[in-house]
Design a binder for this molecule. Structure first.
Ligand code: HEM
Length: 194
């Protein structure tokens, strides 16, 4: 049942989400344009290999809207807007092929981040960003508000055994970890001043 799987995923990742939220807020990523540029770089670094791995494992077959949900190209364009430097959609590979259960767990995190984007987009807009300058990826993430309910239907429809359920949860936690490490490393690496 979806309520079970979604609740399981939510409770298995709520500590990770809380940590992520704290890291992003503590970093002051939305304080000024250079901090925001660091946020964009971290997001791209965390996300791009996950998007590629989802493409490679055929995530589209599980979740038909997936191809419209990849935002690495928009992030590169945002980085170019904000820094005038080119960011390459570098195609770094994760070194892991996702099973269907791992793909679903990862998609849960990717689609969930679009819910967070609704809260972050206004903060980017207050720095002068817009859907056509610097906040293209937020515009893309928030443009299709029904995507989340479509994804929850997929989450409901798939049938997993106990091993796959565990794989799904572990993949969601691994995806959160990836984002947390990326956001934290921009701070610890001194790329943004605190
Ligand atoms: C500081 C940044 C973030 C804020 C303020 C934030 C905020 C939120 C909020 C308010 C929700 C609930 C929205 C709703 O139910 O309508 C949510 C859900 C979610 N967010 Fe975030 N978010 C942030 C970053 C992220 C990131 C970067 C990810 C993933 C990489 C993420 C993953 C999720 C997931 C998976 C859910 C769904 C939880 C559920 O099952 O209800 N969030 N976020």
């Amino acid at each position: 049942m979806v309520a079970d799987r979604r609740s399981r995923l939510r409770s298995a990742t709520e500590d990770a989400h809380r940590k992520l939220d704290l890291v992003v807020n503590d970093a002051g990523y939305f304080r000024d344009r250079s901090s925001y540029a660091a946020y964009l770089h971290a997001t791209l670094r965390a996300r791009q290999p996950l998007e590629l791995a989802l493409d490679d494992c055929g995530a589209e077959k599980l979740f038909g809207l997936w191809p419209d949900r990849t935002i690495a190209a928009a992030l590169c364009a945002d980085i170019h807007d904000v820094t005038a430097a080119s960011a390459t959609n570098s195609k770094i590979v994760l070194g892991q092929a996702f099973s269907p259960a791992q793909a679903i767990g990862t998609l849960y995190v990717m689609e969930g981040s679009a819910l967070g984007a609704r809260h972050l987009a206004p903060r980017a807009h207050s720095l002068g960003m817009s859907p056509t300058f610097g906040a293209r990826h937020f515009a893309q993430q928030t443009a299709m508000p029904k995507t989340w309910s479509a994804f929850l239907r997929v989450l409901e429809a798939v049938s997993f055994d106990a091993f796959q359920e565990a794989e799904c949860v572990a993949a969601a936690r691994a995806a959160f970890d990836r984002f947390e490490r990326a956001y934290a490393s921009e701070i610890s690496g001194g790329l943004i001043s605190r």
